[in-house]
Design a protein around this ligand. Structure first.
Ligand SMILES: Nc1ncnc2c1ncn2[C@@H]1O[C@H](COP(=O)(O)OP(=O)(O)OP(=O)(O)O)[C@@H](O)[C@H]1O
Length: 269
C-alpha cells in the first residue's frame, strides 16, 4: 500500500550547512499497518513524513501510495488521500468556525460526491449528515456532540486535537500521518487522545505512521516500531518483539547501534 524506495533529501547542498536528512530510506507498509517511529533529535523523522505528505520534495527515490507514484504530486492533491496531525493542536482546524463547520469542511473536502464546498458554495449539513457526525464524534466521549455550535477556538488543546483527528478520518484516508500529535498535551490528556487515536485507527483499519518521542507509547501502540538515526532506518521491531521490550531495552539497543543517544525529550519521559 505504501512503498518508499531509496528516498533521499539533502538540505543546503554544497554549502557549509549541507545536511543529508534522509539517506536512501526504504520502507514498505501493508494495508492496516500502524507503525510507530522513534529516533534522536534530527534523525529525519519529520522530514520523512514531510516527503510523504508533499511538504518537501525528495531529491531521489520513489513513493508509491496505493499503486500511484506520488513523489511529484502537489501537496494539496496528496492531502485528499493523506490525513496529517501535528504537535500543535492549533493546526488543522479553523478557530473562528464552529465544530460543525469544521467537520463539514473536512467532510466535503475529501468527498467527491460533495464537491460543492470546493467551489465555495457552502450548503450546510443535511439532517442525516449532522446526525452521522454527532454519532461519530460521540465515540470520542468528550461531549463534543452537544457543542456543535461552539467555536473551535474555545476548545481545550486535547479536545481540539481529538477534533482534528476526527476531521482527518471522517472520510477514511488512505494513509494517516501523526507527527508527535500528543506531545504538547498534559500527560492525562495525551493518554486520552492516544487511546482515541488507537480506537479510530483500529476500528477503521487506517494505515498509519506515528512519530512519538515517548518510547512507552511507541512500544504500546501499533504493530511495528521503526527506529531512525541520522537519516537512516536503523532498526525495526514487530509487535511480538515490542511486547517483550522495556523502555530501558530500547534505549540500550539504540545506544549500542547508534553513535547517538535517543533525544533528550525521550530520556526525560
Ligand atoms: N526545511 C529545512 N531546511 C533545512 N534543514 C532542515 C529542514 N527540515 C529539516 N532539516 C534538518 O534535517 C534534519 C532532520 O530534521 P527532522 O526535523 O526530520 O528531524 P526529527 O527526527 O523529526 O527531529 P526532532 O525529534 O528533533 O523533531 C535536521 O538536521 C534538521 O535541522
Amino acid at each position: 500500500m505504501l512503498d518508499i524506495n531509496n528516498l533521499s533529501i539533502t538540505f543546503h547542498p554544497g554549502t557549509a550547512n549541507e545536511k543529508k536528512a534522509l539517506k536512501e530510506v526504504s520502507l514498505h507498509l501493508d494495508d492496516g499497518d500502524f507503525v510507530t517511529i522513534i529516533g534522536s533529535n534530527g534523525a529525519g523523522k519529520s522530514t520523512l513524513l514531510n516527503c510523504i505528505s508533499g511538504s518537501y520534495e525528495s531529491d531521489d527515490g520513489t513513493i508509491v501510495l496505493d499503486g500511484k507514484e506520488i513523489q511529484y504530486m502537489k501537496e494539496h492533491k496528496r492531502s485528499k488521500m493523506i490525513g496529517r496531525l501535528f504537535q500543535d493542536p492549533l493546526k488543522g482546524s479553523a478557530p473562528d468556525m464552529t465544530i460543525e463547520e469544521n467537520l463539514e469542511l473536512a467532510f466535503r473536502r475529501g468527498n467527491k460526491k460533495n464537491g460543492l464546498y470546493d467551489r465555495f458554495l457552502k450548503i450546510g449539513l443535511t439532517k442525516d449528515e449532522r446526525e452521522f457526525m454527532k454519532e461519530k464524534i460521540s465515540h470520542l466521549e468528550l461531549g463534543l456532540e452537544d457543542r456543535f455550535n461552539t467555536k473551535v477556538g474555545l476548545l481545550s488543546g486535547g479536545q481540539r486535537q481529538a477534533l482534528t483527528l476526527m476531521m482527518s478520518t471522517i472520510n477514511t484516508p488512505t494513509l494517516l500521518l501523526l507527527d508527535e500529535h500528543t506531545a504538547a498535551l498534559d500527560p492525562k490528556t495525551a493518554k486520552k487522545v492516544m487511546e482515541i487515536t488507537d480506537k479510530v485507527v483500529n476500528e477503521n483499519k487506517i494505515t498509519t505512521i506515528m512519530i512519538t518521542h515517548n518510547i512507552q507509547q511507541a512500544l504500546e501502540y501499533g504493530n511495528r516500531m521503526i527506529v531512525m538515526s541520522e537519516g537512516n532506518i536503523l532498526m525495526e521491531f514487530s509487535k511480538e518483539e515490542k511486547s517483550k521490550m522495556s523502555v530501558e531495552d530500547v534505549m540500550k539497543i539504540y545506544q549500542s547501534k547508534s553513535a547517538q543517544d535517543l533525544s533528550d525529550k525521550m530520556i526525560l519521559d
